[in-house]
Ligand binder design. Structure first.
Ligand code: 8IG
Length: 278
């Protein structure tokens, strides 16, 4: 990671927003990016205006960073993320969240669309990520460690903050939905898994399968900020589902789940920015 490019990105974000410190950040997953446009008094910065930022081009992934007030605090929201399966290097995949932490974000909510592996999950469920399995053999911290960002060998015991997960489960109950939790297995993609791979992941402890989130969680924890994650189960994983998987199914389910997702995020943002505790 080039430290100076990262600091230049943080400087661009500060300059474009006129906000010295953002308290938290949210990454919006596939089909969930439209949440950003519901933010009041937000400032939109196209990724192309941020120094060093990797630019997206995939259908269903727009590419802007939003800055918005939440009470007396500020949140950064990413509508569109870059994935390893598009050919981006690990440093590029985690660039945005690292820039957010460099802007002061102490807590980051990572959201994604994922395949459901656990028997109890149905398409449309929102699931709190309890932990992850990195099945890709890739890691954003490979290479020389920059001690200004974090330690060489970061502890991964509680990647997904127990405190933030408990608060998120309470938010789920408040909006009337079951607070499911699950382990997210990160696959490289872009193929969905074979049924045998889904069974492998399940036996290894996976409840969800997806192509994002874990590298960002690693990079954020490396920098010492807190992480919390939500998966929207947009499809049952291959072999769990009786029908073949399609990107259309994913976008349709995301559209149906959008209002519940919106209620959860609306209610959770004050906790995320730390309005209630510090
Ligand atoms: I949406 O079934 C979505 N993303 N790896 N497997 C993987 N990623 C996904 C899936 C899935 N569904």
């Amino acid at each position: 990671m080039n430290y100076h490019i990262l600091m230049a990105a943080a400087t661009s974000i500060r300059a474009r927003t006129g906000v010295e410190t953002h308290d938290a950040a949210v990454v919006l997953g596939s089909g969930l990016g439209s949440y950003a446009s519901t933010l009041k008094d937000s400032i939109e910065i196209p990724y192309s205006d941020i120094a060093g930022f990797p630019i997206t081009n995939v259908v269903g992934h727009s590419g802007s960073l939003f800055s918005a007030p939440v009470g007396d605090r500020r949140v950064l929201m990413f509508a569109g993320r870059v994935h390893a399966y598009e050919g981006w290097e690990m440093d590029e995949v985690v660039f945005g969240v690292r820039a957010a932490v460099a802007c002061g974000a102490r807590r980051v909510l990572l959201t994604n669309a994922a395949g459901g592996v656990a028997e109890e999950f149905s398409a449309g469920d929102l699931v709190i990520i309890s932990d992850h399995l990195n099945l890709t053999g890739r890691n954003p911290l490979v290479g020389a460690n920059d001690d200004r960002l974090g330690p060489r060998f970061p502890d991964m015991t509680n990647v997904y903050s127990p405190r933030l997960r408990t608060a998120l489960a309470n938010t789920f109950r408040e909006v009337g939905i079951t607070p499911h939790e699950g382990v997210y297995a990160w696959f490289l993609g872009p193929t969905y898994e074979t049924p045998a791979e889904v069974q492998m992941a399940k036996r290894m402890g996976a409840d969800l399968v997806g192509m994002s989130t874990a590298p960002e969680a690693i990079a954020i924890r490396h920098m010492g900020a807190e992480v919390v994650g939500i998966s929207l189960v947009t499809n049952l994983a291959a072999g769990i589902s009786p029908v073949p998987l399609s990107h259309e199914e994913v976008t349709e389910t995301a559209a149906i789940a959008r209002s519940t997702f919106t209620s959860v995020i609306d209610r959770y943002l004050p906790t995320l920015v730390g309005d209630s505790d510090d």
